[in-house]
Design a protein around this ligand. Structure first.
Ligand code: HEM
Length: 428
């Protein structure tokens, strides 16, 4: 079983759901795991009974890099941090980030050449890294950008190892990737702490996320964050906000390349001027395309929780404390009960009248409840602006013969990258 899980975990979970229904019991890595694939059961864990759960192993293990950041902390500390960081995602802040997003997309589309072959996953990673770097660290990081980029890539590579059984043991060995990981972490720390020091010294509010973190005061105890907390949160946002969005965009380009009629319909909506914050409400079809790509290829393909006390799933199945509840957006999004002909790429599923017919928790690319993705609105905005800005100029086509297969590491990404030829849009 573990072999199948390792080879293609999302596919294995989907087959398990199809065979056993809304609740399936698995023994994985020596633990009792319940695969929950019913919108009500997912809501129960993420919302109604959330206080009976903590994050499961993978995220706990991320603490090695992220410390007690938003993604990894629990209980009161998490609530406090969430309260302090939330304002960084308020409407007025998002408006500012929108400009940076479109600017970066314009820079990318200007750099590309007709007929050039690119690996779209690398291109999108570079783009979203630039954006998160700029909105998080402003211009300060520009000089350090190549170093930051290299350090983050090394860390992501290493990060995926935490998915492996026995990775706790691997970490203790003097292996080259562990050395690279430690070096990368030290590089990032050096840069982040330097920027924190400079900002604290100048007292300047540059309007970016880092300023928000430094200036944040808890409304209840009026305390500020320590440098270490700011570092943890900055790295968390950097990592959580970069790969996920890059993957969502890469899959969107792939799906658009396979459905020229949908790409044409999207192009009819986007106009020719780079879009801004005010254009978002009219970019409805672009948003539907992104929603549908996130349905078929949710970057966060699994969400896990560990039961603190005993737990009863839907008044039927008694689970022991310590049991893992595994909820897979990938599985849920491919259930024909909620998404007929689930394999079909059909953005019209996201017309309001169709959405109204489905239970809310049948679609969970950003999770739900108190731990719902804090960057959800940032990600929607970034996805829509980047797709629209680039599609005004380019119509990327999959390179003939390139094999596309998903690989589920920390995020769901294309195993062999996404080789695409850049075709200019007629008349652009
Ligand atoms: C398409 C893009 C994205 C997807 C699919 C995604 C998905 C998710 C999911 C499913 C969770 C919940 C995990 C759980 O409950 O265990 C989460 C949490 C989180 N995400 Fe995202 N995310 C995306 C983009 C972003 C961005 C752009 C940022 C920041 C700029 C971000 C920051 C975070 C943080 C900090 C958390 C932890 C929140 C908490 O526990 O309070 N994410 N994300």
């Amino acid at each position: 079983m573990v072999r199948h899980f390792r080879k293609d975990a999302p596919g294995f979970l989907l087959r398990t759901h199809e065979q056993y229904g809304d609740v399936a019991f698995l023994r994985l890595g020596g633990q009792d795991v319940y695969l929950l694939s019913h919108p009500e059961y997912i809501r129960d864990v993420l919302v109604t009974h959330q206080s009976n759960f903590t994050k499961s192993r993978v995220l706990q293990r991320s603490k090695k890099l992220l410390g007690e950041g938003l993604l990894t902390s629990e209980g009161q500390l998490h609530l406090r941090q969430r309260r302090m960081i939330q304002p960084a995602f308020h409407r007025e802040k998002l408006r500012g980030y929108a400009t940076a997003m479109t600017d970066w997309a314009v820079r990318t589309r200007d750099r590309w050449q007709a007929g050039q072959v690119v690996d779209m996953s690398e291109e999108m990673a570079r783009l979203t890294l630039g954006i998160v770097g700029q909105t998080l660290f402003s211009a300060n990081v520009e000089e350090d950008a190549p170093e930051v980029g290299r350090a983050l890539s090394a860390i992501l590579e290493m990060f995926n190892l935490v998915m492996l059984p026995y990775s706790e043991l691997l970490e203790k060995l003097p292996l080259p990737f562990m050395r690279r990981f430690n070096e990368a972490r030290d590089t990032l720390d050096r840069i982040v702490y330097r920027i924190i020091g400079e900002r604290r010294a100048s007292g300047e509010d540059t309007g970016d996320l880092l300023s928000m973190l430094l200036m944040a005061r808890d409304e209840e105890d009026d305390g500020a964050m320590s440098d270490e907390q700011v570092r943890n949160e900055a790295l968390t946002l950097f990592l959580a906000g970069h790969e996920t969005t890059a993957n969502a965009l890469t899959w969107s380009w792939y799906l658009l390349s396979q459905h020229p009629e949908i790409a044409a319909r999207m192009r009819a909506e986007i106009g020719t001027e780079p879009p801004g914050f005010e254009d978002l409400p009219r970019l409805k079809y672009v948003e539907m395309v992104l929603a549908e790509a996130l349905r078929l290829y949710p970057p966060a393909w699994a969400i896990g929780r560990k039961a603190i006390g005993p737990y009863k799933i839907g008044d039927r199945y008694e689970c022991d404390p310590g049991s893992i509840m595994l909820m897979s957006p990938y599985v849920m999004h491919r259930d024909a009960k909620y998404f007929p002909k689930p394999e079909r790429f059909d953005p019209d599923r996201w017309l309001p009248e169709n959405v109204a017919q489905r239970p809310k928790f049948s679609y969970v690319p950003f999770g739900g409840g108190t731990r719902v993705c804090i960057g959800e609105r940032f990600a929607w905005m970034e996805g829509v602006l980047l797709l629209a800005t680039i599609a005004q100029r380019w119509s990327p086509k999959l390179v003939a013969g390139h094999v596309v297969r998903h690989k589920a590491l920390l995020t769901l990404r294309p195993e062999f990258g996404m080789k695409m030829v850049l075709e200019p849009v007629a008349g652009a």
